[in-house]
Design a protein around this ligand. Structure first.
Ligand SMILES: O=C(O)C(=O)C[C@]1(C(=O)O)C=C[C@@H](O)C=C1
Length: 167
């Protein structure tokens, strides 16, 4: 059971808020990625670029003491989200030509560098929020050593609570 005072939770929540904010910012950049590619022969899916992004995520993760898999899993999901946004915008622009972007930002020199800037910041927040993103104390008890013993006392406790509620 976590006996740390609530102030710790508040600090960690700040970390999670920062992580969420950066994650949303990266997703918002997909608008610019879509605008850069729309009407060109560049496909939404760029497996070579994805490998590049994930390789650098693995390297950067190691350099800050984050498990590379943590970083790579997170960015795999971010890349997926970026593609969902791009496909959504393409469909939207097809249906509403008047909403098509009037300017085409340069992918390599403008947009991808913005994505790259967020990479390090996101990885640092992933590292900073490790403590709150791991299973809670209760989860650790029931999955860790002595699980069956802890589980039966937990089940007994829950049964007691629910029968108390029924009364
Ligand atoms: O850089 C691009 O071309 C993007 O579309 C962005 C991004 C990414 O999220 O990093 C997403 C999909 C592509 O397959 C490659 C990379």
């Amino acid at each position: 059971i976590d006996h740390r005072p609530p102030v710790h939770a508040a600090i960690h929540q700040d970390g999670l808020a920062r992580l969420t904010d950066l994650t949303v910012r990266r997703i918002l950049l997909a608008d610019q990625v879509a605008a850069a590619k729309y009407g060109t022969s560049r496909p939404i899916d760029d497996p070579a670029r994805e490998r590049q992004v994930l390789d650098s995520v693995a390297t950067l993760s190691r350099s800050i003491g984050l498990a590379p898999k943590d970083g790579v899993d997170f960015f795999t999901a971010q890349i997926e989200a970026a593609k969902v946004v791009q496909r959504g915008l393409y469909a939207h622009w097809k249906a509403h030509p008047e909403l098509r972007p009037s300017e085409r930002p340069e992918l390599a020199t403008e947009v991808r560098p913005r994505l790259d800037l967020l990479t390090t910041r996101i990885l640092r927040q992933l590292k900073a929020t490790l403590g709150v993103r791991e299973p809670t104390a209760a989860c650790r008890i029931v999955t860790g050593a002595g699980a069956s013993e802890a589980n039966s006392s937990l089940i007994a406790a829950m049964a007691a609570v629910s029968s108390h509620r029924r009364r």
